[in-house]
Design a binder for this molecule. Structure first.
Ligand code: DON
Length: 429
């Protein structure tokens, strides 16, 4: 049954197959040896199903697509505050290899340009360069769900031609951003950039970010949602270098490109996308990769700022089983804005009932903000001499033994019966 989706993706990719604009990166000699015609697409759903089109299994070096993952690893290991002290989160509007730091803070502007990426490598706490690289390799491999290996030729070539990165490394040392030996840190950075991936690996790595840090293939938690949120944020603002504004406008997905021709794009909660085509534009982004991502976003409606049907009411129905009893039935996800709507409605109508029954038995998901608002509502009703009951068979609002346990019922009928009894007791005296 996946065929219609497969055909659809094949068609979208084929629309761009004839584009031959751009040039392969040649500032690292070994990169210039790739087949310029390679063109792959892989899309991973959030439950780990992967669609592949074209050269999705072709290996290429990850290059700068590595940067968000090392940034994530640094935050995972030493925390956001320690990382923020050394790397900013502001778009630079500069080329990826600019020898620069922020004018006022004297730290790299963001982790997606080389200066920030090299600083991020230096922040991974390890006993030496080999251990540091092993941590990076393990972390990326956990994102991909398979062991990623270094392309030795590219690594040697990268190291032999790395004068500019060396300049950046020593500049960072002079500003106190980078502790230790810059050459050791750079060696890890070159190895990191030379890890081989396929479009499918990138799709899986993206899907792991889309799932808030859980690899949908292995089911393993690789990192925390807070680390992922931070990583996706800098991918949105800085992932596509000085084309970031254009990218967000046209494609609208956190993403990262590399001079190997790869792009990873993430639709939070939904998809990871990996594309590969080594012909690059003058900003270092894959020409066909960018075009393909634009088409996918347009045709599949993937822009993350598309306003969805969020006006769909959380309140499914309101009814009146007795004169002074109101039942508020909710459904879907009950997060802050939904709970706010429920609380406001109950508050507005509070002169029309003595007992409000909130039925959450059809709610799929609820968060702490909603839980707190609804509990406060029950307390407020009690303060006015009214009662608030809850139909919460699975205990999603009231999870443990609390003062509210006594107002929790499994069915609306039970809650109404209890409300009738309470009204009898309260108003007959
Ligand atoms: O020159 C470097 O630092 C790299 N090997 C990585 C560069 C890269 O992929 C930049 N991205 N477009």
């Amino acid at each position: 049954m996946a065929e219609p989706v497969q055909r659809y993706l094949d068609r979208i990719r084929a629309e761009h197959a004839g584009v031959t604009d751009g040039a392969v990166a040649d500032y690292i000699p070994e990169l210039a040896r790739v087949d310029p015609n390679g063109f792959g697409l892989a899309v991973s759903s959030s439950d780990g199903f992967v669609y592949e089109s074209g050269d999705a299994q072709t290996e290429f070096t990850i290059q700068s697509v590595s940067k968000p993952f090392t940034y994530a690893l640094a935050i995972d290991r030493i925390g956001a505050e320690a990382v923020d002290a050394k790397i900013g989160v502001e778009p630079s509007g500069e080329a990826f290899n600019e020898i620069s730091v922020d004018q006022s803070t004297k730290i790299p502007k963001n982790p997606m340009i080389n200066a920030g990426a090299i600083a991020a490598v230096s922040l991974i706490p390890a006993g030496g360069p080999d251990e540091r690289f092993a941590m990076i390799q393990d972390f990326y491999s956990a994102f991909a769900g398979r062991r990623l290996e270094v392309d030795h030729e590219v690594y040697i070539s990268e190291r032999a031609t790395g004068s500019r990165n060396r300049a950046i490394g020593y500049m960072l040392q002079s500003f106190g951003v980078l502790d230790g030996d810059p050459d050791e840190v750079l060696d890890v950075y070159y190895r990191q950039c030379s890890l081989n991936v396929t479009s499918t690996d990138l799709a899986r790595m993206g899907a792991t970010l889309a799932r808030g840090g859980i690899n949908p293939l292995t089911g393993r938690r690789v990192t925390d949602p807070a680390v992922v949120r931070r990583t996706l944020s800098v991918m949105v603002t800085c992932g596509m270098y000085d084309a970031a504004g254009d990218w967000v406008t046209a494609v609208g997905m956190p993403a990262k490109s590399g001079v190997g021709g790869g792009i990873v794009a993430v639709l939070p909660g939904q998809l990871g996308i990996g594309v590969y085509s080594p012909l690059l534009d003058d900003k270092g982004n894959s020409v066909r990769g960018v075009r393909l991502c634009r088409s996918l976003s347009e045709k599949l409606g993937l822009h993350f700022l598309t306003v969805s049907r969020d006006s769909r009411a959380t309140l499914r129905a309101v009814y009146r089983p007795r004169d002074n009893i109101r039942v508020y039935e909710t459904h879907g996800d009950l997060l802050f804005s939904g709970a706010e709507q429920v609380v406001r409605t109950i508050d507005r109508e509070r002169d029309t009932f003595d007992v409000a029954i909130l039925d959450v038995s059809r709610v799929d998901d609820i968060d702490d903000a909603a839980r707190a608002l609804l509990s406060d509502m029950a307390v407020a009703l009690r303060g006015e001499g009214k009662a608030g009951y809850l139909v919460d068979p699975d205990g999603i609002v009231i999870r443990t033994e609390t003062e509210f346990e006594e107002v929790r019922y499994s069915t609306a009928d039970d809650a109404v019966a209890a409300a009738v009894e309470w009204l009898g007791r309260t108003f007959q005296r």
